[in-house]
Write a protein that binds this ligand. Structure first.
Ligand SMILES: O=P(O)(O)OC[C@H]1O[C@H](OP(=O)(O)OP(=O)(O)O)[C@H](O)[C@@H]1O
Ligand SMILES: NC(=O)CC[C@H](N)C(=O)O
Ligand code: SF4
Ligand SMILES: [Mg+2]
Length: 497
């Protein structure tokens, strides 16, 4: 998934970007980096400085003295969750920074390009040398080959050639540029911050608004699908960044899975509150649930799989009570906060270990009573299967697993790391044609008493609608309805390594 951040006209751009990335850590845990733009009086031009490394933001920037080398007036940053190109290669750490005909260019990209393989082959044939194995480096190469003079025009030309998902922020000499693909797959927001001492304005770009809150910046609006926004000193002085627009796509395709799992509940994405949507998912799940209290049970006991399903569980409990089925939320699982997100860990081996070390059971809550266990999604099934084994140790009367999204049946080519069917739990049961039987097999495999997924209408009903759009969301991993047909998908993530 990845988190991107950018700030323009700040006295402390590297520090601001560090905090921005810190709050976007949930979007990528593999690597992090910051590129700063500084004006060099000696060279009479903007120069870029950078610091990047493998691991969490706090690990990469552990040594505070690195900030002494990162002074400047603007910066961009990136947290990586790999989708194309090895997770382990240091060459794939973003932002990428390079020097070309028009000066310096740096890019931080969230998303995944669907024609990366084709473009890379074409460019390689032309003699272009790639350093990274990810898709992102294609964009600056295309921009560098443009005959346009202005970087923003070069980027416009480059983006007309790439397909797929990109929400990104770039530094081009003394300008910051933000761009979002015409489908709007990934979120990207514009904010501003006023210096309390000088009153000076800084513009901020981030994947999610939680990155604004941490540096006390204010949300202005989303970068629109297809928009390329240019911020420079003139835009700051006039308080008016300028925009170009790419040709519109025939539909929009905001990733619905961002609302289900990925984004933080305190963020606004696609102009709406993640908390609110996640509560809706829980409410709709409660409406679809058929679990009733057993005789002698005062209330249904609802336990969430922390953290990402906490909010859906709250919505579930609220709706259940409203509908006359008394329910209470209980902390039956305690999460070790020093273990990161498990689903976005590369390599099945490390995911397994993480799940084992991530959760502990609270016996008093789980023992001897039926529980409704809520999680937001099942991808590979690692979490659910391991967790159920663990919960059984507390001897509950029954486990009713409720998932606040429909079964994931298709790969994602737009920035989630499940690019082949093989990686999905549902694939194990693909030969079963009847959906009810398939869910029964999954239930058996996971080892729960009942298994309820939210329906497709329940999912769609939970997310806000956009006026005048015939289709606003990508639901491909749930529905198979792909906004961009992917014939040549980079389904082998490490093919360039
Ligand atoms: O079926 P799987 O492949 O195991 O993936 C699904 C699980 O992964 C996610 O949680 P994760 O632990 O990544 O993040 P969280 O701590 O934010 O809930 C998601 O919420 C599910 O619990
Ligand atoms: N998840 C993402 O946004 C990944 C960005 C880019 N495709 C990479 O693999 O580095
Ligand atoms: S396929 Fe799923 S995860 Fe990928 S962009 Fe579409 S909704 Fe999001
Ligand atoms: Mg989870």
């Amino acid at each position: 998934m990845c988190g991107v951040f950018g700030i323009f006209n700040s006295k402390t751009p590297a520090e601001d970007t560090f905090y921005g990335l810190y709050s976007l850590q949930h979007r990528g845990q593999e690597a992090a980096g910051i590129v700063v733009a500084d004006y060099s009086k000696a060279r009479k031009k903007t120069i870029f400085k950078q610091h990047k490394g493998m691991g969490l933001v706090s690990e990469v920037f552990r040594d505070e003295t690195v900030f002494d080398t990162l002074s400047g007036y603007a910066a961009i940053g990136h947290n990586r969750y790999s989708t194309t190109g090895s997770a382990k290669s240091t060459n794939n750490i973003q932002p990428f920074s390079l020097i070309y005909r028009s000066g310096s260019l740096a890019i931080a990209h969230n998303g995944n390009l669907t024609n990366a393989r084709k473009l890379r082959n074409e460019l390689t044939e032309l003699g272009v040398i790639f350093q990274a194995s990810s898709d992102t480096e294609i964009i600056p190469h295309l921009a560098a080959r443009s005959r346009e003079k202005e970087p923003v025009q070069q980027i416009y030309e480059a983006l007309q050639q790439v397909q797929g998902a990109y929400s990104m922020v770039l530094l081009a000499n003394n300008q910051m540029i933000a761009a979002r693909d015409p489908y709007g797959f990934r979120p990207l927001a514009l904010g501003k911050k006023t210096d309390p001492l000088t009153g000076e304005l800084a513009y901020v770009i981030a994947s999610e608004t939680c990155a604004f809150d941490i540096i006390q910046a204010e949300y202005i609006r989303d970068i629109e699908p297809g928009e390329i926004l240019l911020i420079d000193h003139l835009a700051v002085a006039n308080e008016k960044p300028t925009s170009l627009f790419l040709p519109p796509s025939e539909r929009k395709a905001r990733c619905i899975f961002e609302y289900v799992y990925f984004a933080r509940p305190d963020s606004f994405i696609f102009g709406n509150s993640v908390d609110k949507v996640r509560r809706n998912l829980g409410k709709n799940l409660a409406r679809e649930s058929s679990i009733e209290q057993t005789p002698g049970e005062k209330e249904l006991t609802v336990v969430s799989v922390p953290d990402s399903s906490n909010t859906a569980a709250l919505g579930f409990v609220r709706e259940s009570n409203r509908a006359g089925r008394p329910a209470r939320f209980e902390h039956g699982l305690i999460r070790n906060h020093y273990v990161g997100r498990t689903f976005i860990q590369p390599g099945i081996q490390s995911r397994d270990i993480k799940v084992r070390s991530k959760y502990n059971i609270v016996r008093g809550v789980l023992q001897d009573r039926p529980i409704i266990l809520i999680d937001d999604s099942i991808v590979r099934g690692t979490t659910a299967r391991m967790l159920i084994k663990l919960i059984r140790e507390a001897d509950p009367k029954a486990i009713h697993l409720h998932i606040s999204s429909p079964p994931i049946t298709n790969p994602c080519f737009y920035g989630m790391d499940f690019p082949t069917k093989r990686q999905l739990l549902t694939h194990m049961f693909d030969s079963i044609e009847n959906e009810v039987d398939e869910i029964e097999k999954i239930r058996e495999y996971i080892g729960v008493d009942t298994l309820t997924y939210l329906s497709m209408p329940g999912l769609i009903n939970s997310v806000p609608s956009f006026e005048g759009e015939s289709c606003s969301y990508c639901t491909a991993c749930f529905s198979g309805d792909y906004p961009i047909q992917v014939n040549e998908a980079t389904t082998d993530k490490e093919e360039n390594d």
